[in-house]
Write a protein that binds this ligand. Structure first.
Ligand code: AMP
Ligand code: GLY
Length: 420
């Protein structure tokens, strides 16, 4: 098969690594890719927001399957155009992508199907929003609707922070549309990420993980896209996963099917779990980054068979072969991230690290300049390892990481602490 993966991050590198090992994959292309991906696939410089360019490329290059990594192109209708053009796609439609791109869409849907989630209300008026905060009390959570790349959520522990968030969000241009601020109940508990494949009708859970959102150790510092992850998440026991499917994910997929807009692809539920009850924080319509890296090193080449079963509506016949393994991925980030940072510093000794089924380095924000590997982004490398238990996986990953020489980088030293 000729396979095209869309994206350029650590998530897409790990997908490419897993897919490339499956004998069904004869030719792997990634657009636009990155230097790590370029070692295992052909990278082509396509604009991931130019749907017709990607369709034309797929048709001209006899691409049998397109795997879409990030949410942006999904919300931009890439899978719709490719499907219309006769190309097999792993990735949901533009309408289904509203589960991530519109908090209003998801909250209204949850209400309709009775899925447990934080109580909420939408506002477009600061005065009314603040009155609501006063009525509800703190802590409270203020969110900006729409895709905000992780910058649209303020967990306010006091009223002042909540009021500031309301003023800031309502000042932004994108809030010009009605009802764009979501204020919701603060949920206590333990957070986990749950990944499920849906072919529109059938569901197949594809693993769990826990992310580390803040920049520094002990959950301190600003929120980031994720500083590391491990899989599986111990809090997601079999019974809690079953309950999540029954109370949240299955009714969502059924509702999307009944609306004539079936959900086809991977759905990522961000959950808060307390006293054995999972509540939905949010949906994402893609794999998490860096959660995907931790999942892919565990799943390996079979992931392509699962994706193909998903695309051909045969998930009811698909089965995952799980090893009794654990994985960890540590994000090596550019000093200053998630704020301002400098690109261009040299990263040394990456090529000396092990490269096998237990040890991988997935590239994110890297570039080759004058045959040197340099930093070119906030989150730069994902040091990923697998082991018989979490401790073994973690130690393996940190041992690998310490061999890298990059004084301009930083990482959290406590990935996996909650489960250890
Ligand atoms: P999001 O950008 O929606 O992933 O939210 C960022 C983070 O804010 C989540 O990972 C949670 O840690 C936190 N968060 C979001 N909504 C709530 C909520 N209702 N209660 C408590 N924490 C929340
Ligand atoms: N790591 C969280 C996300 O991908 O949304």
């Amino acid at each position: 098969m000729n396979i095209l993966i869309i994206g350029s991050g650590g998530r897409e590198h790990s997908l490419a690594w897993a897919v490339a090992q499956n004998p069904k994959c004869e030719n792997l292309i990634v657009a636009p890719g990155n230097p790590g991906i370029a070692e295992i696939a052909r990278c082509v410089d396509l604009d991931i927001y130019n749907n017709s360019q990607i369709l034309e490329f797929s048709q001209n290059n006899k691409v049998d399957l397109v795997i879409i990594g990030p949410e942006g192109p999904l919300a931009n209708g890439l899978s719709d155009l490719l499907r219309k053009g006769g190309v097999t796609v792993f990735g949901c439609s533009k309408e289904a992508a509203k589960l991530e791109s519109s908090k209003k869409f998801t909250k209204d849907l949850c209400k309709k199907i009775g899925a447990p989630t934080a109580n909420f209300e939408f506002f477009s008026n600061a005065k009314k929003a603040k009155e609501y905060v006063v009525r509800q009390g703190v802590p409270i959570v203020i969110k900006l609707d729409g895709l905000a790349a992780g910058k649209g959520v303020i967990v306010a522990m006091d009223q002042k922070t909540a009021f500031n968030a309301i003023d800031n969000f309502l000042d932004r241009k994108e809030t010009a549309i009605q009802n764009k601020i979501l204020i919701e109940e603060y949920l206590e508990g333990e957070e986990a990420s749950f990944f499920v494949l849906s072919d529109g009708k059938n569901l197949l859970p594809i693993g769990s993980a826990q992310d580390h959102k803040t920049a520094y150790d002990n959950d301190q510092g600003p929120n980031t896209g994720g500083m590391g992850a491990y899989s599986p998440a111990p809090v997601l026991t079999q019974s809690i996963m079953d309950l999540t499917i029954e109370s949240i994910i299955k009714p969502t997929i059924e509702e999307m099917f009944n609306r004539g807009t079936p959900y086809k692809g991977v759905i990522f539920a961000g959950l808060m779990i307390k006293n054995g009850i999972p509540k939905l924080i949010e949906y994402n319509v893609r794999f998490g980054d860096p959660e995907c890296q931790a999942l892919m090193i565990r799943l390996g080449p079979q992931v392509l068979d699962l994706i193909l079963a998903c695309c051909s509506t045969k998930l009811d016949k698909a089965k995952i072969n799980w090893a009794k393994d654990h994985s960890v991925t540590i994000v090596l980030a550019n000093k200053g991230y998630p704020g301002n940072y400098k690109n261009g510093s040299k990263i040394r000794f990456v090529e000396e690290l092990k490269n096998d089924s237990l040890n991988q380095i997935f590239h994110a924000g890297t570039k080759i300049d004058n045959s040197h590997l340099i930093a070119n982004g906030g989150r730069v490398l994902n040091i990923t390892a697998r082991g018989d238990n979490l401790l073994e996986a973690r130690d393996r990953a940190y041992k690998n990481l310490e061999k890298i020489n990059w004084p301009e980088g930083f990482y959290r030293s406590d990935i996996g602490w909650r489960a250890l």
